[in-house]
Structure formats: C-alpha cells, structure tokens
Write a protein that binds this ligand. Structure first.
Ligand code: SF4
Length: 465
C-alpha cells in the first residue's frame, strides 16, 4: 500500500486472528485500559496527514507486554457533521484490521488490540497504523478532507483520553435517548459485523442503539447521507406488529433478506422467543437466570464470574456469531438507558444481577426503588447467594416466582385429580367369587357392588381370539 508501511495492508487481513503464541504486545483490552474516539473538528484544528504517538511506540515496547492504548482521530470537511462521528469511529475497527499483523476488537472504551511477532519484527509501529488509517479513510470517504491521528500509550495520557472519550460517548447517547421509536418512520440497519457473524444484521432504532454501542439512530441517518451504498442502510418501519416486544414488519423483512433467510423475526425489546441476533462486539450481555426467573447483565470489562460461575468471555462465545440465542442478548450499554429497555420481559423490574461497576455507571437509568434490589458480585457470587439476596430485598421477581410456583402446583393438583378420576362408574357390578377363600361361606357365591367407581392405573383392552 505504501512504501513507508513495512507490512501489507488490505481487506484480506480483516479476519486475521493473532493467537497468544504469536503475540508481540497486547494493547488496551480486558487486562489493561483504552478507548478510541473520532471527532469532527474545525479545519484549522486538524493537521492533515499527521500521526503522533504519545508514549512508547511498538519498537520501544517489551515483547509479551501489555500496554494501555488511546486512539484519537480528528477529521475535518465541509460536509461533515457531528452525527457522523460514531459511524466513522466504528470504521477504526475494520480499517485497522486491514493492517497485516494488527488486530483490533470491540469499540469505544472496550477496545483490545494486538500486534503479531512477525509484523513487529518487520518494524510495524503504531505510527504506520495511523498512516494506513488516514489513507483508508480518505480513499473511502470523499467528505473527509483532513485527518490526523494520535495514539496514546503513556498511562496518564491514556487516562485523560478515556475520560474525554466517555464524556463524548455520553453526549451522543443522551441525544439518541431523547427520541422515541414512535416519532420516526424509518430505522437503520448495519451489516459491518457480517464479516465475522454472517447472519447478523443490526437493527438500529431511537430506542435501540447498536450492540457495539457505537451507532445510534442519528448516526445511522448521517451515515446513509454520506455513504448511501455503504454497510449502513435505511429500514422502512412497516407495520407495528407488537409495540411492547418491538416487532416491526419492516425490520423482519429486511433482516430475513439480509441474513439470507436465516433469521425470520426479531423482537427488539425481549430476550425470549425471537431476540435480536448478537454479533460478537456487543458491550454487554443480558442473560436469563431460570432459577430465579430474573435477568442478569454482564459487561465486557467485568473480570469476575456471573452467578452461573462463568465469566463474560465464556458467555460471549456462546451468544455471538449472529445467531438468536433464547434467553441471551448482546446489547450496547446505551440500551440500558432506553425507556423501552427489555420492556416485554419486565424491564428493570426483572433485573436481578449486574457487576457493581456497571450498576454505578448506569445508576441514573435504574428506577430508584430497584437500585438496592439488584445484586452485584459483592453480594451474590453464585445462584444460592443470589436467591438469598433477592429474598432479603423482596425483589419483584419473587412475586413472579411465587405466582409461577402456585400455577405449577395448581397444574400438578389438577393432574392428580385427573389421575384419580374413575375409569368407569357402574350402577351395579356383580362378580362371581368362585375360589375366594371366605371362612364359613358356601363354596360358590357372588359379590354385588352398588354404584361402583373403578380406579385403575392402566386399562388394557385385549381383543379375544
Ligand atoms: S454491532 Fe451492529 S452497528 Fe455495530 S458495527 Fe456491528 S453490525 Fe454495525
């Protein structure tokens, strides 16, 4: 692609996985920290083509090491608008993955990058990744007239960058949350993740931000304007089939077509029956806990285990790939703030467990009366302690559980009664009692039952002869 970049750059490297055995360094990721941010800036604040690395670049990092990473991109252009920031920011994922020996996962403040030994040996540096990004963005989007990239690996600089990025994410999410599904005629879809989850089609509505959290309805709209043939497209809303579950004929039709018929129906606001598919770069997972009839939420940053005894990574492996998984749903954290958050399943009244860090982060979205009733890893580390906590706090799921148990008992009772129904009721039944040893009685006599009811475990009718 460019003589100054010491490795190949191209679409063929997009799905490249760098295993631990071939890892030179890990950047950001679950055991470190990082964030990516792209903003639209005034032209005078963007130095076109500039790439800066604040902190050690790859050639100054120790092999096998783990370092924090911030990626900060500024773009300028007459036709650019703020709503495009999230869409362009999401493209850091695929464009940086075009660089041979550089792997980028996830989005926003949960990015995780890895550099391979082979590419590090060839001299690949973050500086080169920045140069490749500028070329790829500018060749794909004419509207970007100027672009500069800064990488942070210095810990203090990364911390400052993460704080700045989170402020911007919150501002974008708040804008999206102010609009309702009912107020628009068109939704948006995204196919970016089909490169690794071939049947996954994201449906993006005002009340449901994408699973990666990076693309809201506004950003979808802006993306279609500048790139009408790109991976983000319009979905006509169609008929509202179920306003509570969030089922729309328009979404069903488009998802059926774009998933090649693999997915027939989608509920936007439920984890049951026809939940939205999950790709793999979702920020969190909502998961059903049958033992308490409640729903837990775990986010990517959480290092511990859920009450099921498994961590996020194990659960993500079972949920992702573009399939509908009953009782599991990959979500963006902004969806926790949606007024329609899992409304078909009971919303916050049904949430029983989430990591303390996430609970604190979305405190403002949790109804006040529910906040103390939701367990975290500090109170409940397994199903037993979770049940105990919910009992102590009189969580509303207990009522559901009690109702369900009562219904089950009633059903069992009915079954028992049905089992005890006589298989025959006869006004009179006379049986010969030949051979019955009855002391002092004549050797042949009959026994007559009046209004006899016959109960039997099994009735076998055999044809004679
Ligand atoms: S999670 Fe959805 S919106 Fe985000 S990049 Fe993937 S397909 Fe697009």
């Amino acid at each position: 692609m460019d003589e100054e970049i010491p490795v190949d750059v191209g679409l063929i490297y997009e799905g490249e996985r760098i295993r631990k055995s071939n890892m030179y360094v890990d950047l950001a990721g679950p055991k470190s920290k990082g964030a990516e941010l792209l903003i639209v800036a005034p032209p005078e604040e963007v130095e076109d083509g500039k790439v800066e690395v604040v902190g050690p670049d790859i050639d100054a990092m120790e092999e096998g090491g783990r370092y924090p990473l911030g990626i900060f991109i500024k773009v300028a252009g007459e036709k650019l608008e703020e709503d495009l920031e999230g869409v362009f920011e999401r493209r850091i994922h695929d464009f940086s993955n075009y660089v041979q020996g550089f792997m980028h996962l996830n989005s926003r403040d949960i990015i995780w990058c890895r550099v391979s030994k082979d590419s590090a040996k060839k001299g690949l540096k973050l500086y080169h990744v920045g140069k490749a990004l500028i070329k790829l963005y500018k060749s794909e989007f004419d509207v970007i007239e100027k672009m500069q990239v800064t990488f942070y690996t210095d810990e203090k600089a990364v911390d400052e960058h993460i704080a700045r990025a989170r402020e911007v994410y919150e501002k974008r999410d708040a804008k999206a949350a102010a609009l309702k599904d009912e107020e628009v005629d068109v939704f948006y879809g995204c196919l970016l993740c089909q490169s690794f989850a071939p049947t996954h089609v994201c449906a993006i509505t005002p009340s449901r931000t994408s699973g990666c959290g990076a693309i809201s309805w506004f950003e979808g709209r802006a993306a279609v304007k500048v790139d009408p043939n790109g991976p983000i497209f319009e979905i006509p809303k169609g008929e509202v089939l179920d306003p509570i579950k969030g089922e729309y004929s328009g979404i069903n039709e488009v998802i059926r077509e774009k998933s090649n018929g693999a997915i027939e129906r989608v509920y936007l606001h439920s984890i049951f029956d026809y939940p939205h598919t999950s790709c793999g770069c979702f920020e969190a997972i909502a998961f059903y806990i049958p033992e308490v009839d409640g729903i837990g939420i775990v986010h990517r940053d959480f290092q511990g285990v859920t009450p099921f005894g498994i961590p996020f990574s194990t659960m993500a492996g079972q949920v992702g790939g573009g399939v509908q998984s009953q009782g599991f749903l990959g979500i963006g954290i902004a969806y926790l703030r949606s007024p329609k958050f899992l409304q078909a399943d009971g919303g916050w009244q049904r949430i029983v467990w989430m990591p303390s860090q996430l609970k604190e982060r979305v405190r403002d979205a949790i109804p006040e009366e529910m906040y103390d009733k939701i367990a975290t890893e500090l109170e409940a580390s397994d199903l037993e302690s979770l049940k105990e906590f919910l009992k102590q706090k009189q969580h509303p799921v207990l009522e559901r559980l009690a109702e369900e148990e009562a219904e089950e008992e009633a059903a069992e009772e009915e079954t028992r009664e049905q089992e005890a129904q006589p298989v025959a009721t006869l006004p009179e039944l006379t049986l010969p009692a030949q051979g019955m040893p009855v002391a002092g009685s004549p050797s042949e006599f009959t026994i007559t039952f009046k209004n006899a009811k016959i109960y039997a475990e099994k009735v076998i009718i055999r044809r004679k002869g």
